[in-house]
Design a protein around this ligand. Sequence first.
Ligand code: AMP
Length: 528
Amino acid sequence: MTIFTDFVLHKNVLDAIHDMGFEEPSPIQEACIPKILEGGDLIGQAQTGTGKTAAFGIPLVEKLTPANRVQAIVLTPTRELAIQVAGELLRISKYKKIRTLPIYGGQSIGHQIRALRQGVQVVIGTPGRMLDHLRRKTLRLENVNMLVLDEADEMLDMGFIEDIETIISHMQEERQTLLFSATMPPEIKRLAHRYMKSPQTIAVSREEVTAPLIEQVYYKVFDRNKLESLCRILDSQDVELGIIFCRTKRGVDELSEALQARGYLADGLHGDLSQAQRDKVMKAFREGSIEFLIATDVAARGIDVGNVSHVINYDIPQDPESYVHRIGRTGRAGRKGIAMTLVTPREMRQLMVIQKQTKAVMDSRNVPTLEEIAERKRTQMREQLIALLESDSAHEMYHQIVEELSHEYEPNKIAAAALHLAFHSESGNAEDEEVYNFGETGAAKGMVRFFLNVGRNVNMKPQDLVREISETVGIPGKAVGRIDIFENFTFVEVPEDVAPFVYEALRQTRINGKRINLEPAKPRTRRT
Ligand code: AMP
């Protein structure tokens, strides 16, 4: 097992990694970091969720000097990714005196020019805006000795290859070039061949691993309301003991606090706790005085508690092995267990890799609605009431109040008011739901119709589209509604309840090699 201190890194970088809450390198990091530190070009095949950003980010930051010139650039397909990568580099360089700057279209160029003038060591940006600055001579690349192409296949799909080539022409040949891509279409290989020097390829596909035979499901969630989704899932389950996995120590701390604040019996476990603290948390968990243990992969290793009914991957595991380890914490000694994984649209690809390599069959579930949770609470309340009514216990002390009130009020009303008093506060903490409103799209009732920017021109057949939707969204093919394929575009209808996820997930995929863009359809374009 490799740990971060095994790499030849300065203390300031190691300290920053520690603060980020990473416990140990992910497989792609273990393979890439030493190679990048050594020098030489590298192609990394990895998708979001594997830790690929830090795989190049850590050695990149390690190699930067305080000299006031742009030493590294990272090209990304979208502004969102540019911002994310910049954020990660900023965290890794927390204890180093260097400046990072994301530049992308849509943000005031004046602001970017001023920031560039002040001097930055690493620029992260989309190719278009990067070119813009090169033309204005507000960005100079003569001193760049590291170039990273992140999500190269996406950049290819978005038509950025020429821009990338122009950008490269502004750079010296003496540089280290790193290319990261989830897939390796021929154009990417050609690009690598032209602009990289004997690159090594790193793909962390390992031996198949076998998932234990327990029930496995996944929930489609959105980043911005992941916590709320988790709470609803927890509220919809009969949990004996549950282990909730987070990627980082920080994640564990934040989630423990958030769940405790919402009244769950939960506590966190990770490598920064002292042995005594760890023992205390484990004891409480074993005894059932806490119901949920929130843990990192490292902390949960070797936990052997018999009656864990639920393993919940709040953050998706970084590789299939880790998935198998995590879910093996439940279903012990022949007991029943269930493993639940929360997946955001961007992580669907990572889920597919996990499903394929572990041969796991995972059912897709929707996050319970507020109404479903309320219904469940009503049922529980009823059961509690019946139990109390059937026991002869202590509620006699209330008889007198009921007796008095019943002179003036109906017994039904008294009982309902009493229930309100007892249970109302419990149902009141739901946050506003994130509502996607696609408006009128001209779809059949209960459906939403989307417009796709591809059609027969990419040889798309209805069954291709059905397969893509059912795989990336996890609904049966027959749930997909009407499909109209034209030369350059397509209309497709999907059920309302999965429409937001379809909307976000499909934008991350391709059909027959072509990246898809989709928009809610306009009603007037519906054909009859
Ligand atoms: P990426 O695949 O680069 O998009 O990273 C996915 C997430 O994993 C990001 O939030 C990272 O900060 C986090 N991450 C990256 N490396 C590690 C690690 N070694 N341990 C825990 N979390 C990590």
